[in-house]
Write a protein that binds this ligand. Structure first.
Ligand SMILES: [Zn+2]
Length: 257
């Protein structure tokens, strides 16, 4: 039986281009609840695409948005996961797919771009390479032998994905025009391209190599927008200045990525 893991985020679906739609604390919780519906329909389109090729597949769906980006009951045909970082244990999975992904912090005209925290992080560099959530998690999957075969999100997120995984299938559901601006595909059209892209992707799983292009040992440099509380201390952790830290680890899964 085929098994697929879908990693989701709330910034990337069609119809989402304002942080008020992704941050419940910004004062518009009803906008966040509406955005969760936009993500769910694209997640379900992805599951439909997978099932159009492998009707019996196991499909796990991890809600990767910090404060929550999906309502469990809205996910149809997949197992909703929320706790922990289950993509660090992909034994038995055939491929990883991203739905609703945004570009890394600092990307020009990329809607809602950020790296892990939209409020505190300027950049991440891994062994000298700028990375965001896509690159980091594609690498985590890659070292486990699992290829990353699909991404849906904005056009800049898709370009970023192809930088790391040139053969990846992508579905561009909006064109970024600024940090909080995009031209969106109509919802049905977005779901159609997600469904068709996911189907193509899972058919091509065997042709897409796991991403392992950044090799151990690893140095992760984190640049903060403002000096953080320097509570991160310990073996392999070195503060370069008051807003830059370098962390050394042998296993990519030992980082908070
Ligand atoms: Zn994110």
């Amino acid at each position: 039986m085929k098994s697929f893991f879908i990693l989701t985020d709330l910034e990337g679906p069609s119809g989402v281009d304002s942080f008020t739609q992704t941050r419940p604390g910004d004062g518009y919780p009803e906008r966040v609840e509406a955005a969760k519906k936009l993500l769910a329909r694209e997640v379900n389109a992805c599951i439909e695409g997978i099932r159009s090729v492998y009707p019996e597949a196991r499909v796990d769906v991890w809600d990767g948005h910090g404060p929550g980006g999906l309502v469990a009951e809205d996910v149809i045909g997949g197992r909703y996961l929320r706790e922990g970082k289950p993509y660090k244990q992909l034994d038995g999975f055939d491929a990883l797919l991203f739905v609703g992904q945004h570009a890394m912090a600092g990307t020009f005209n990329a809607p809602l771009n950020h790296t892990y925290s939209s409020k505190t992080i300027a950049y991440y560099k891994l062994n000298g390479v700028f990375i965001g959530e896509f690159g980091a998690r594609a690498l985590i999957a890659g070292v486990q032998g699992v290829p990353t075969v699909f991404l849906s999100g904005d056009d800049k997120a898709a370009l970023e994905a192809r930088m790391f995984v040139p053969e990846i299938e992508t579905a561009v559901v909006k064109q970024g025009q600024g940090i909080e601006a995009a031209i969106h595909l109509d919802g049905e059209e977005a779901c159609r391209i997600v469904r068709e892209g996911a189907a193509r992707a899972v058919r091509r799983t065997a042709d897409i190599a796991p991403f392992t292009g950044i090799s151990a040992p690893y140095v992760l440099e984190i640049g903060y927008l403002e000096p953080p509380q320097k509570d991160m201390q310990g073996p392999g952790i070195e503060w370069i200045n008051d807003r830059t830290v370098r962390i050394r680890r042998d296993d990519i899964r030992d980082f908070p990525l």
